[in-house]
Design a protein around this ligand. Sequence first.
Ligand code: NIG
Length: 404
Amino acid sequence: MSLVITDIGELTTNDPETGRLHDAAVVVQDGRIAWIGRAADAPASDHRVSLEGAALLPGWVDTHSHIVFAGDRSDEFEARMAGQRYQAGGITVTVAATRAATADELRVSTHALRAEAARGGTTFLETKTGYGLDVQSEVRSAQVAREVADTVTFLGAHVVPPDVDHREYVDLVRGPMLQAVLPYVDSIDVFCEQGAFTVDESREILLAGREAGLALRVHGNQLGHTGGVALALELGARSVDHCNHLTDEDVAALAASGTVATFLPACDLSTREPFGPARAILDAGGTVALASNCNPGTSFTTSMQFCVATAVLQMRLTIEEAVYAATAAAARSVARDDIGIIRVGARADLQSLHAPGISHLAYRPGVPLTGRVWKDGVEIAGPRQHDVPRTAGSGSSTRETFRS
Ligand code: NIG
């Protein structure tokens, strides 16, 4: 079955050869983009959706989240807003709640967050383990993660759980725990930070993961100049995430590397850490991604739109750079070139906006603009019928009208 999405006011393709098109149409067949061009030239298809002037762009590619958890840390958040500093130790509160939850409770809350992300336009989601921190609980988290996420990362090295010897825990993570989660995960990550794991410990754990066939990701330089970024570059990690505290040398080295620098602006706001120098990395020719870091401690949001708006309004990315960072560049950090881009042959992972163009993502901050969302050509989130502007007398509840 084919679907033509037509009357697209502004089509953001992320493809340098195509750029942004106006009055465009896209044809989807068998889950992939089959045709792109002027609406007037669109071929006949089995189904037709008119966006009536609304914008269409790739679905968000959210490559950093921790959505497998139970419990709530709003008290910690409130204390932080009153002046306390974020510390890695808060993670153990969520570990206790996650271990205490039943498998069904964990599954229900994780699926609910995945559905929330989809309603916000996220068509590809990475998520991590890291709130189990014993073999059985990490395996359970990895299994639940596998149900909802497009790629799963093992983060046994999140912190050392209470009452466990630090060195013994490092050996557990790089040994039996890694082997137990291996069937469910694609990557390995380490929280390389004061209060979590040293650079040497992080290296040991990442090398064990690489030996087991996993791709590498690193939480680096979130709370200080902790060496995580240098380690990620040394090991050729796919992504180093957070990057709040970078020297000029770090910026130059990242820009010259194949490692994607992933920034997490919602987390920076919630922890009151300085925004990382994404602008400088882009100016130096590097690759910058944006992700939600959805987790109960430092960034309890699935909203990629919020991250894009913050990157534009606070981190000085242009709207095109921010959208690219949250789609095509993020896709690079998970070694995918068939998502985050609208070109013939790419996956039909798409979102429309209740807006005529992508500038509205930052121009109208805080306003939920996601319209319709397709993953592999299948609609996974529909129009909010109560607030979609209608054509006078159209009677249609699924049209999005931006033309007079
Ligand atoms: O990416 N930094 C480490 N992990 C999470 C925080 C997790 C938590 O505090 O529960 C993050 O911010």
